[in-house]
Every structure is written in C-alpha cells, then in structure tokens.
Design a protein around this ligand. Structure first.
Ligand code: NAD
Ligand code: DAU
Length: 367
C-alpha cells in the first residue's frame, strides 16, 4: 500500500488531484494536508470525504514539527506538493506571506521528508517528492504577432517556454515559486532526494477561487457587475482545463523521471480580452440572455504592476516521453466551466462570504 501526502488538497487544483487519486487508486492512502486559508475549502471534496482511503489533516506546511510527525505517523511514500499562496495580485500587496508559505513552507516539507526517508532502512528507494510549479517562473514572452496568427503553432509569437528556459520571475508570487523550485532541485542534487518539478500554464475549471479571472468574471456577468480588464486586455495566457492538469500530475507522479522537469500546457493561447468576450457570450447564452448583451460590462482599469505580457508553454516533452495530451478542447472546457459556476451559485456565495471557513474551522477545531 502506498501512502501519499497531497498538500493544498482543499484548493482549486489540489482538490481535483485528490479526487482523481482517491477514486483511481483505492489501494493508496491519500492524506490531504491543508491549512484551509481563504483559498482552501473542504466543500470542494464533499463527494469523496467519506472514502476509506482518504484522510484530511488541517495543518500548516510551515510547521516543520507537524510535517515531520505526519511523515512518520502516516509513513509517507510520496508527496505531491501543491500548497501555496497562488494569486499574483495578493503577492503584490503582501509579498511576505508568499515567501513564508511558498519558500519556507516548501523547505519545511523537504526537510521533514528528508529526515523521515533517511531514517528508513530502504532510504529514498521507492519514494518521491513531486513539486507543482508554474510557467510564471520563466518570466514573460514577447507578443510578436499582436493580431494573432490562427494558423501558426504559437498564434501570438513563435517563442515558447521550454524546460530549459532561464528563470526570470517578475512578480513576488513567481519569485517565491522560482525559489521553491530551486530548493526542490537542490535537495536532489545535495542529498539525492528523488524529486520531480512540473511547470504548468493557467488552469481553469470548477472550484477555482473567484478572485481569478475566469470565475470572477462569470460571477460578475451573472450579476451584471463591471468586468475589470487590466490595461488593454492584450496580455496572453495559455489555458488548460484543470482535470487535464490533474491527469498530467498522475502520469508524471507514476512515470516521470527522477530529478527531471516537465512543462504542462495545452497549446491554447488567448488574449485576455478575447477570453472575456467569450465568457460574456457563453454566460449570456446559458442564462437565456441575448448573446453578447453584456459586452458593456467590460471596464478597462489600471494595469497590474509588472504584468507579464505573454505566457506560452511547450509541453512537447511530456507528450513525447510520457504520452500525456489534454483531453478537452477549449470550447468544450469553457462551456462546462461556465455551466458549473452558474449551477453552483451556493458554492460561490459561500466562498465569498467566508461562512464556509467558520463552519469548517469549528468542525475541525478538535482534531
Ligand atoms: P489555491 O490558492 O486554489 O489553493 C492553495 C491551497 O493551499 C489552499 O487549499 C490553501 O488552503 C492551501 N495552503 C495555502 N497555504 C498553506 C499552508 N501554509 N499550509 C498548508 N496549506 C496551505 O491554488 P491553486 O490555483 O490550486 O494552485 C495550486 C498549486 O499549483 C500552487 O502551488 C500553484 O503555484 C500551482 N499552479 C497553479 C496554477 C493555476 O493556474 N491556478 C497554474 C500552475 C501552477
Ligand atoms: O500561469 C500560471 C498562473 O496562472 C498560476 O501560477 C497562478 O497561480 C494563477 O493565479 C494564474 O496567474 P494569472 O495572474 O495569470 O491569473 P489571473 O486569473 O489572476 O489573471 C489572468 C489574466 O487576467 C492576467 O493577465 C491578469 C488578467 N486579469 C485578472 C483579474 C483577476 C484581469 O484583467 N482582471 C482581473 O480582474
């Protein structure tokens, strides 16, 4: 039996990873370790919370003693590390929290795993520390085809982030993630810990906290609130359906090469303003409004400080070496996503009101 600690499992991507592993691997024991910050929500896992191979532990990854105790008592074979502060705008206002959680939290987890695994007769044999990172560590690409070239491999430019692209983070968030990636690789190079790092593009789908572009805008369109587009809406992001990211994590956790890096993305670049127009059309249609009726909600606001112009991930290596490909076309994914947020207004209301947090704080206070 394998025991896998998944950190940040109550968040957006983490909840999809936990669900996939709990359902697909009944022989594994899955321990979800999450501090339940504003972004963590156990309601994301309601459907699997009673499964016999699932356990939730409320804990802070920065608490080294607790992490070490968990490794020992649960006999962790693998770690899939997603817990992080993840929102760029928050990092601009409060960089310390990002350094604390993303850098020191990752270090605390690495050191706890190191001490536990080195204490075992088999050492690192059969163990794995898998760190989930982002394409933002690579910095920003140019927009060399501003109007978009729909026949090209990269509609907005021929340059892509590959696994060997130099790290050039621009925001406190991406700087903290870059730093944590370096620590993970250093633990392999210094101590021989079996590590893997993956860098993924922007995710979208159910259970994303509505401070991020897609869920925020769907909710605002529904309630006919302004849609604050940063700058001119010219920035380009590369979007991947969250379940496809979870599938990639499953493949890489089981088949990825130790000490290696894999980029994860779907070759799906969009300018923000085009995403926003698509969201308006789809949301209007699903609400029975005239399609495009809400275009006047678009409101151009002051740009994000240090706003990266273009991200574009080349995930050819992952396809070539491990056979992973995205399963969903963007049109299908975005329709599913809009429908999910429209059908789950209670979830949105709860996460924005903070009521869910008080409820779960009480529920887990004595564990
Ligand atoms: P999220 O903000 O939705 O969730 C983060 C989770 O981590 C929450 O459940 C939160 O409670 C938990 N957490 C935060 N601080 C903690 C701490 N100190 N101890 C324990 N738990 C803590 O984030 P997400 O969007 O799901 O991102 C998950 C991971 O994937 C992050 O590492 C992020 O950098 C990376 N990533 C995200 C994207 C994306 O598009 N969202 C893309 C690539 C990589
Ligand atoms: O690329 C991967 C990254 O994607 C992850 O590492 C991050 O954790 C995740 O938050 C995401 O970062 P972004 O900054 O790209 O995501 P966000 O949803 O905040 O913004 C997407 C784009 O939309 C970005 O160019 C900024 C713009 N935007 C965002 C918001 C919230 C707006 O124009 N208006 C908004 O209100």
């Amino acid at each position: 039996m394998k025991t896998i600690i998944i950190t940040g499992g109550a968040g957006f991507i983490g909840s999809h990873v936990v669900r996939l592993f709990v359902e697909k691997y009944p022989e594994y024991k899955i321990i979800n370790v999450d501090k339940l910050t504003y972004a963590g929500n156990l309601a994301n896992l309601k459907d699997i919370e009673d499964r016999p191979n699932y356990e939730f532990v409320k804990a802070d990854i920065c608490d080294f003693d607790k992490m070490y105790e968990l490794m020992q008592t649960r006999k962790a074979d693998g770690i899939i590390h997603l817990a992080a502060e993840s929102h760029v705008d928050r990092s601009i206002k409060d960089p310390f929290t990002f350094a604390q959680t993303n850098v020191l939290g990752t270090l605390s987890l690495l050191q706890a795993a190191k001490l536990y695994w080195e204490s075992l007769p088999e050492g690192y044999e059969g163990k794995r520390f898998y760190h989930i990172s982002t394409d933002e560590v690579y910095g920003a690409l140019e927009l060399t085809k501003p109007e978009g070239d729909k026949d090209g491999r990269g509609p907005y430019g021929d340059e892509f982030f590959v696994e060997t692209t130099k790290y050039t983070p621009h925001s406190p968030y991406s700087a903290s993630k870059a730093s944590s990636d370096h620590f993970v690789r250093a633990f392999h190079d210094t101590y021989g810990m079996p590590t893997i790092v993956t860098n993924c593009s922007n995710n979208y789908g159910p259970y994303q906290f509505p401070e991020k572009l897609i869920p925020l805008f769907i909710n605002n369109i529904r309630h006919r609130k302004p849609l604050p587009v940063y700058g001119k809406g010219e920035n380009v992001r590369d979007w991947l359906y969250v379940v496809d990211h979870a599938r990639a994590i499953d493949t890489i956790f089981h088949k990825g090469r130790i000490a290696d890096t894999y980029n994860i993305g779907g070759f799906n670049e969009w300018k923000n303003i085009d995403i926003v127009r698509t969201l308006i059309r789809v949301t209007d249609r699903l609400l029975g409004r005239e399609e495009g009726a809400d275009m006047d909600l678009i409101t151009y606001v002051t740009d994000r400080a240090g706003h990266d112009l273009r991200y574009a991930i080349d995930s050819t290596k992952l396809k070539r070496e491990l056979g992973w490909e995205p399963s969903l076309q963007f049109e299908e994914g975005i329709e599913k996503t809009v429908r999910w947020y429209l059908d789950n207004q209670d979830w949105l209301d709860n996460v924005t009101s903070g009521d869910y947090q008080q409820y779960y704080e009480k529920m887990y206070a004595n564990r």
